[in-house]
Design a protein around this ligand. Structure first.
Ligand code: ATP
Length: 462
């Protein structure tokens, strides 16, 4: 058993940090926020794009057996019946008998320390445990018996608001892939095995949303759906488990001590899955939590959609002359949880002073592929032409497409520290020597060491 590296980090520290630096804002903040929805700010947005790009590089762009799509959010309502979401996509809720506030029954049981994975309990078992342990609502009132609550977000489209105009926002992003799988296979002339990737929105009417971005009502899922010949699924399942682990370690720079596998119990697995494993991340004091699921979905999805749509979604295997619906290995990673894990992983405070003069530095040790800005251009002073020179370099680099920031307010020491918190890899200080010999000071985030480089070389980077 290995020890996680972030044992003492609190969620509140990350929430405050993300807000103070402009990584994340609560949605509709000036109206008091809107539960479980968030906006990515000027630092969060480039970090988001960099995580997504790293995911696409790892899973799609560097591979020859993957294609990708971007599907619509609204889909035919029938697909949610076929997929089983209208019948089965539900959580057990209990109601405070006084305030009528609703709670996830499994979360109440888990938070009371009675057991883990209470989501696997039947309604009867849930009610029994609640009554045996005399569990109350957060406000201390008795609770009702548990009831199933569907997580799909429902709306109406078109001029009439009745049963015929009901539509759902995607409850899981992957459904477009299953519907289009045959069209994709035919148009790209692919043979099995091959995969389809998508970063797409998903919406769930979650009830317990206390853990910041961990559980939101709107989020993106980064999905790989890998189509294989039945019989070959176990080999590919193991392959994708390892390959996904490597993404977290190699692309996001996560220490393996902060990651672990957890296999779903048989009665806990989603209705479609034959085998399911989660990768869990150690979110500091919040503990181990799921960030990504790897599922063997069998041919459930194509079977169901064939049945409900009446269309043949099978694959013709020219080698064996057989027709069959392929098995699907799914890797589904929720973006918001990955973002939060990235912050937990790379947020550090370190003592860089002396015993006589302590100095605590906060730094976001993001790997180079994730840093929102690779460089920050900082004039030592605004006066004596240094500000103008720094602006000139900044504009040239931005025009050349290099991701860089500019900052001229406050002392140079303060600005270095500000950039450390932004995760900027290198600060470029334009000083008096720059005007004389065309060189600048480079100050490196991780070592805090300084070196000199010529402006010309820097511009060539662009
Ligand atoms: P949980 O048990 O935590 O509700 P889940 O098992 O229902 O999650 P899946 O349906 O397997 O999740 O979805 C795949 C991934 O999508 C999860 O691993 C997670 O990263 C992400 N995810 C699911 N629900 C949410 C949510 N409400 N907010 C943010 N991410 C989510």
């Amino acid at each position: 058993m290995t020890t996680p590296t972030n044992q003492n980090l609190e969620l509140k520290t990350i929430v405050d940090f993300c807000r103070r630096k402009g990584f994340v804002f609560a949605s509709s903040e000036i109206y008091g926020g809107f539960a479980a929805t968030y906006d990515f700010g000027p630092l969060g947005m480039p970090l988001k794009k960099n995580i997504e790009h790293s995911w696409r590089m790892h899973n799609i762009l560097t591979r020859t057996d993957m294609v990708e799509i971007e599907g619509a959010i609204f889909m035919h309502p029938k697909i949610w019946e076929a997929s089983g979401h209208i019948g089965g996509f539900s959580d057990l809720l209990v109601e405070d008998t006084v305030t009528h506030k609703r709670y996830r029954a499994d979360h109440l049981i888990e938070e009371a320390g009675i057991m883990e994975n209470a989501g696997a309990l039947s309604p009867e078992e849930t009610d029994k445990i609640i009554s045996q342990h005399n569990l109350k609502s957060i406000d201390g009132h008795p609770l009702s018996n548990s009831k199933k609550f569907n997580l799909l977000v429902k709306t109406h489209l078109g001029p009439v608001e009745d049963e015929t105009s009901v539509a759902y926002l995607k409850g899981e992003s992957c459904q477009n892939i299953y519907l289009n799988w045959k069209a994709i296979q035919e148009t790209t002339r692919r043979k099995l095995p091959f995969g389809i990737g998508q970063i797409g929105k998903a919406f769930r009417n979650e009830i317990t949303v206390k853990q910041y971005m961990f559980r939101t009502r709107e989020f993106e899922q980064m999905d790989v759906q890998y189509f294989v010949k039945p019989g070959e699924e176990d080999t590919w399942f193991d392959y994708w488990k390892q390959y996904t682990w490597d993404f977290f370690v190699n692309e996001l720079g996560v220490n393996p001590n902060n990651l672990r596998w957890r296999q779903h119990e048989e009665d806990e697995r989603a209705f479609y899955a034959k085998d399911a494993w989660d990768i869990e991340y150690h979110f500091g004091k919040m503990g181990w939590k799921e960030i990504c699921g790897v599922h063997n979905r069998t041919s459930y999805d194509t079977d169901q959609h064939s049945k409900f749509s009446g269309q043949d979604l099978s694959y013709f295997d020219a080698v064996t002359n057989e027709k069959y619906n392929p098995y699907i290995i799914e890797v589904s990673a929720g973006f918001n949880r990955i973002f939060l894990a990235t912050m937990f992983e790379h947020y550090k405070t370190e003592e860089v002073g002396t015993v006589d003069k302590p100095d605590l530095r906060t730094v976001l040790n993001l790997p180079i592929n994730l840093a929102p800005f690779k460089l920050a251009i900082l004039p030592l002073m605004k006066k004596d032409g240094l500000g103008d020179k720094a602006q000139e370099i900044y504009k040239t680099l931005r025009k050349a497409g290099l991701s860089c920031d500019y900052d001229e307010s406050g002392s140079i020491g303060k600005r270095y520290r500000r950039q450390d918190e932004n995760g900027t890899l290198v600060c470029v200080c334009v000083d008096y020597q720059s005007l004389e010999d065309g060189t600048v000071t480079l100050r490196h985030r991780d070592t805090m060491q300084q070196s000199r480089a010529s402006i010309e070389d820097l511009i060539k980077l662009g």
